[in-house]
Write a protein of this length. Structure first.
Length: 212
């Protein structure tokens, strides 16, 4: 299986990638500010599952196809970007109704729906796709055999770190949400800013190119 040295090196590289806010982290923060702690954690869970689907895809050889095919990579990237823009526009349009979620006048979005939105963002994250397709295989010791199991183990390490880091981001953002809840105007500003952030994030993801 994977040696301790390789495992620690991969964990260190994963941490450096995860700790820098990317599409998944920004999406978690946006959900935390707009809907609170439970929504943030549901988003983290969805992101994590989406990321691990990418790990499984790489282990099965699909990652190599995505990395080598500009068409497949671009299609996946644009789908994720379009979904982010859609969620951003929706958040901006509904920014005035956020206060109703605090007063109980309007039902909040279900955690399951939030989970699947997080999953979509996680599985279409260009940064993660490139990392798993190009970096993860380099830490596999093919001489030890069980290549697929090694990749799945390394992917699990990545996701454990991601859950810890993303949860911290989400909980901190959810704590700050209480201050915004004191004023409908502040909440509307948060909803609008969060929506614009997601739109900008979607545009950024769409503009993200490949190094080749």
């Amino acid at each position: 299986m994977v040696s301790t040295d390789r495992l620690l090196a991969f964990a260190a590289m994963s941490f450096l990638l995860i700790v820098v806010p990317g599409p998944s982290v920004l999406f978690v923060i946006g959900r935390a500010l707009a809907q609170g702690r439970r929504a943030a954690l549901a988003t983290v869970a969805g992101n994590t599952l989406g990321a691990y689907v990418l790990v499984v895809a790489v282990a099965l050889g699909v990652g190599a196809v995505v990395e080598r095919s500009v068409l497949v990579f671009t299609a996946l990237k644009l789908v994720g970007a379009a979904y982010l823009v859609y969620l951003g526009v929706k958040a901006v349009r509904q920014r005035g109704s956020l206060h109703a979620e605090f007063t109980g006048d309007r039902p909040t979005q279900g955690n399951l729906r939030t989970f699947w939105e997080g999953f979509t963002v996680g599985v279409a994250n260009p940064k993660t796709i490139v990392f798993f397709a190009a970096v993860l295989p380099q830490f596999v010791d093919r001489g030890q055999g069980h290549v697929m199991l090694q990749m799945l183990l390394l992917g699990l390490v990545f996701n454990v770190i991601a859950v810890a880091c993303d949860s911290v981001w989400g909980l901190v953002a959810a704590t700050a949400r209480g201050w915004f809840a004191a004023s409908p105007r502040r909440l509307a500003m948060v909803g609008g800013a969060g929506g614009l952030t997601m739109i900008g994030l979607g545009v950024t993801v769409a503009a993200t190119g490949r190094k080749d």
